[in-house]
Write a protein that binds this ligand. Structure first.
Ligand code: SF4
Length: 403
C-alpha cells in the first residue's frame, strides 16, 4: 500500500478514524486480523496462521488442480491477493452474468459479499454450485433493508394511497434475494449503478411512483439526473415505528415521485465535499470522479460519477499526466493507481479504509474452500430457495431486457 499512501494527499483538518486496516491492506495471517473474532470462525485452525506467501502458493495449487471445474470471480473491491486468482473481475452483476455464461464450471467461487453470491445462484444453471469463501461477508447497505421492514412499508403505502398498483418497487442489486423476489412478484425490477436511469425510465412508464431501496443516494442521484426535483423525492426511515409512514409527511408522500429507503453504503457515505475541495486546492486541475452511492452534494461537486466500471474506464481514457481524485472503495482506487502509473490517481478519503465486509474474504478462506473442493467437499455453499429464485429471476430478467 506504500504507493497508494504516497499518492493519497493528506487532507487538511481531516479526522483520522480508527480502521481495522490502519496499517495498510496487505494480507496478514488470519489470526492477526483485529476483526477475525467476528468473521466466520468455522474455518479449520490449520489456516489461521498461514502468511500471504503460503496462502498464495496453496490457492494457486488448488486452483490448478480444479481447472475448468471451478471459476473464481473477484469483485473490484477485493484485495490484490484475491484478485490475482480471479478468472474475471467486475461489478456484482457483470460477475453473475459471467458465471451464468460458464456452464462448464461446476463451482462458482464468488469472492465478494453475500447478495452477490445469491445473484449468481439465481442466474446460474441448476448443476452449478455457488460458494462464498467467508459466510460473514455481508453488505451493511443490503442489511438496512430487511424483508419485514419492506413489507411493512409496502402495506403502509398501500393504506396511504389506497392502492400500490401505481407504485413500482425497484431494488438495487445490493439487496437480499428475497427483496429481488418481492420486486419480481409486485411488478418491479432490479437495477445496478450502471443502469439505474434506464430502469427508472422503465418504471415510470408503468407507474406513477417508484419505491426505491435500499440505497437512498443512488435513488436520489439517479432521479435528480433525470430531472426529478429533490422535493419530489421523500425519505422512508425504516427505523421509525410501524404506522408512522417512515417519518414521511403525508403531503410529501402525496407529491413524491420517488420514495427513497433510508439506506446507505458506509464506504461511499464517507466521501465529502470538503474532501473534494481539499483535493482541488492541492491539485488545481484535478478531475474528481465518484460513485453514485455517494451523497448528493458530493456527486454534484464532482466532475463525473458512475459505476465501478465507469470509474475504471474514466481513468483508462484520461490522458497521460491526468490527476484524478476518486470517491470509491480503496482496493479499486489502489489498483487503478498501479495500473496507470502515467497518471496520478488517489482516493479522496485520506483514511485507508476498505469495505469492511469485502475485506472479510481473506485469502485463508479462499484456500480453505478451494482445497475442500479438491477433496470433493463443498463448504460455504449459497443456495437461494427455489420459490425466491423464481420470482427474483423475473425482476432480474426485466432489467436484462432493457439492454
Ligand atoms: S462497498 Fe458498500 S455497498 Fe459495496 S459491499 Fe461494501 S458496504 Fe456494501
Amino acid at each position: 500500500m506504500a504507493d497508494l499512501l504516497t499518492l493519497t494527499p493528506p487532507m487538511p483538518g481531516a479526522a483520522q478514524l480508527q480502521c481495522e486496516t490502519d496499517t495498510g491492506i496487505a494480507t496478514i495471517p488470519l489470526a492477526d486480523e483485529v476483526s477475525f473474532g467476528s468473521w466466520q470462525r468455522g474455518i479449520p485452525e490449520a489456516y489461521w496462521s498461514l502468511d500471504a506467501e503460503e496462502l498464495t502458493a496453496r490457492i494457486g495449487a488448488a486452483r490448478k488442480t480444479l481447472g475448468t471445474r471451478a471459476v473464481i470471480l473477484g469483485h473490484h473491491y477485493q484485495r490484490e491477493d484475491i484478485i490475482e486468482f480471479a478468472d474475471e473481475r467486475g461489478d456484482s452483476f457483470a460477475l453473475a452474468q459471467y458465471a451464468a455464461e460458464r456452464p462448464e464450471a461446476e463451482y462458482i467461487v464468488f469472492c465478494g459479499v453475500h447478495f452477490m453470491a445469491e445473484a449468481a445462484d439465481i442466474l446460474c444453471a441448476p448443476h452449478q454450485q455457488v460458494i462464498l469463501p467467508n459466510l460473514e461477508a455481508g453488505c451493511s447497505m443490503s442489511d438496512m433493508a430487511s424483508v419485514p421492514d419492506v413489507l411493512q412499508a409496502w402495506r403502509e403505502l398501500g393504506e396511504h394511497f389506497g392502492t400500490t398498483d401505481d407504485i413500482i418497487p425497484v431494488t438495487y442489486m445490493n439487496s437480499a434475494a428475497a427483496l429481488k423476489a418481492f420486486c419480481g412478484e409486485h411488478g418491479g425490477v432490479v437495477c445496478t449503478s450502471s443502469n439505474a436511469g434506464k430502469v427508472l425510465d422503465w418504471a415510470f412508464e408503468r407507474g406513477k411512483r417508484v419505491f426505491f431501496f435500499p440505497d437512498q443516494h443512488l435513488g436520489r442521484n439517479t432521479g435528480h439526473a433525470m430531472g426529478i426535483g429533490l422535493d419530489e423525492m421523500v425519505l422512508w426511515d425504516w427505523r421509525r415505528p410501524a404506522g408512522s409512514l417512515g417519518g414521511a409527511k403525508p403531503e410529501a408522500l402525496d407529491r413524491s415521485r420517488i420514495i427513497l429507503w433510508q439506506g446507505h453504503c458506509s464506504v461511499h457515505q464517507r466521501f465529502s465535499v470538503t474532501q473534494i475541495e481539499a483535493a482541488r486546492q492541492r491539485y488545481p486541475g484535478a478531475k474528481i470522479v465518484v460513485h453514485p452511492e455517494c451523497r448528493h452534494d458530493v456527486v454534484q461537486a464532482a466532475d463525473a460519477n458512475g459505476s465501478t466500471a465507469y470509474i475504471a474506464k474514466y481513468v483508462a481514457e484520461a490522458p497521460a499526466g491526468a490527476i484524478i481524485g476518486i470517491g470509491t472503495e480503496i482496493n479499486l482506487v489502489s489498483r487503478l493507481a498501479k495500473e496507470h502509473p502515467d497518471k496520478t490517481v488517489f482516493c479522496l478519503d485520506p483514511v485507508v479504509c476498505p469495505c469492511s465486509t469485502m475485506y472479510r474474504v481473506h485469502p485463508a478462506y479462499l484456500a480453505w474452500v478451494l482445497e475442500s473442493l479438491v477433496r470433493g467437499e463443498v463448504v460455504n455453499r449459497i443456495e437461494v430457495p427455489a420459490e425466491t429464485k423464481r420470482h427474483a429471476r423475473v425482476a432480474l430478467e426485466r432489467m436484462l431486457a432493457l439492454k
